[in-house]
Design a protein around this ligand. Structure first.
Ligand SMILES: NC(=O)c1ccc[n+]([C@@H]2O[C@H](COP(=O)([O-])OP(=O)(O)OC[C@H]3O[C@@H](n4cnc5c(N)ncnc54)[C@H](OP(=O)(O)O)[C@@H]3O)[C@@H](O)[C@H]2O)c1
Length: 304
């Protein structure tokens, strides 16, 4: 069936903004929902509320559910276990139940955080072993989707990059500090991963959900890196030569970020490659585009 109408949950977040603008630009009839109505184009849907979500789906009659809603702060999830479980696991189960009931495919966005970080890189065949509450709740969501549905796509993202003002991740942390005039940065060494640009992710999702290649996919940008290299690269691109990077242990940030993080979240997009539908660009190319599009004042000034 040709996908025309798409209901998106959690569309008010970092990834949702890119997903929404991409799908609108491609001409889909999109219903963007969230519990946090931070944009005028969003409408309310709480994925923990099965009846409420079902009613909205019955009215809108989507051809596809794109399920992005989640509690994404590792610290918040660890401290609010029940809420994290209800949102990330039961919320996903609710959306899967609805998709099954109205017989439409569901896309579930998961995370490299389902792995324990003991390996150097992960492909879809590797067994998850999450080490924190967030990772566990997202992994339970995957199990719910896989056990309840035949028509599903699970797309695991790496380190999310994008979303402009909604970006609350590492790249925006570095850029915001640069903007404030900071020239000395404490960055945790040994944290390895694969950045995932929200626009590339949205584009690749669209290609994927228009196939019947149902299943599990890693969807991260090309090229492996670590936090130190990303910070150095941003400084280089912006032409900032007088900055100092202190390579610190995770202990340094223990007070602000007490939750255990996997040291390695690098992913290989094995299944996208096999199907020849991998549109994810190299992270440096994607990051450049993000800087130009969302942080252009920094790019324009070069010397900030
Ligand atoms: N951020 C990353 O680095 C990353 C990496 C890999 C995968 N992912 C996955 O990608 C997806 C999108 O995440 P994101 O990066 O866009 O994070 P985000 O900016 O935190 O967006 C998630 C959105 O879901 C909303 N939400 C929370 N509880 C909800 C509920 N009960 N019902 C409906 N909406 C709810 C959040 O609202 P509030 O802001 O009010 O909580 C937020 O607007 C998530 O499934 C996440 O697990 C994220």
């Amino acid at each position: 069936m040709k996908i025309k109408k798409i209901l998106v949950t959690g569309c008010g977040g970092m990834l949702g903004s890119s997903v929404y603008s991409h799908l609108k630009q491609k001409g889909y009839d999109v219903k963007p929902t969230d519990i946090d109505l931070n944009e005028k184009w969003l409408s309310f849907l709480d994925v923990r509320d099965y009846d409420g979500a079902k009613k909205i789906c019955d009215e809108f009659k989507p051809d596809l559910i794109l399920h992005l809603a989640a509690l994404t702060s590792l610290e918040y999830c660890e401290e609010h276990l029940e809420e994290a479980f209800k949102t990330n696991y039961l919320g996903t189960k609710n959306m899967a139940l609805i998709a099954r009931k109205i017989d439409i495919p569901l896309v579930y966005v998961s995370t490299a955080g389902v792995f324990d970080g003991k390996k150097e890189r992960y492909s879809e065949g590797d067994i998850p072993n999450p080490i924190n509450v967030y990772g566990r709740t997202k992994f339970y969501g995957e199990i719910a989707v896989q056990s309840m549905l035949e028509k599903y796509f699970i797309a695991r993202a790496g380190w999310m990059v994008g979303g402009g003002k909604k970006d609350k991740k590492f790249v925006s942390y570095v850029l915001s500090q640069i903007k404030q005039g900071k020239r000395e940065f404490n960055i945790v060494k040994g944290m390895r991963g694969t950045p995932t640009y929200t626009f590339d992710f949205a584009r690749n999702l669209e290609v994927l959900f228009n196939t019947d290649f149902y299943g599990l996919y890693h969807m991260a940008c090309q090229g492996e890196t670590d936090r130190i290299e990303i910070a150095k690269h941003i400084l280089e691109v912006l032409g900032i030569k007088d900055a100092k990077i202190n390579e610190v242990d995770s202990e340094f940030f223990k007070k602000d970020f007490p939750v255990a993080r996997a040291p390695c979240e690098r992913m290989i997009d094995g299944n996208l490659n096999k199907k020849k539908i991998n549109l994810m660009r190299h992270w440096k190319q994607a990051l450049m585009e993000y800087l130009e599009n969302e942080w252009n004042s920094l790019i324009a000034n070069k010397k900030v």
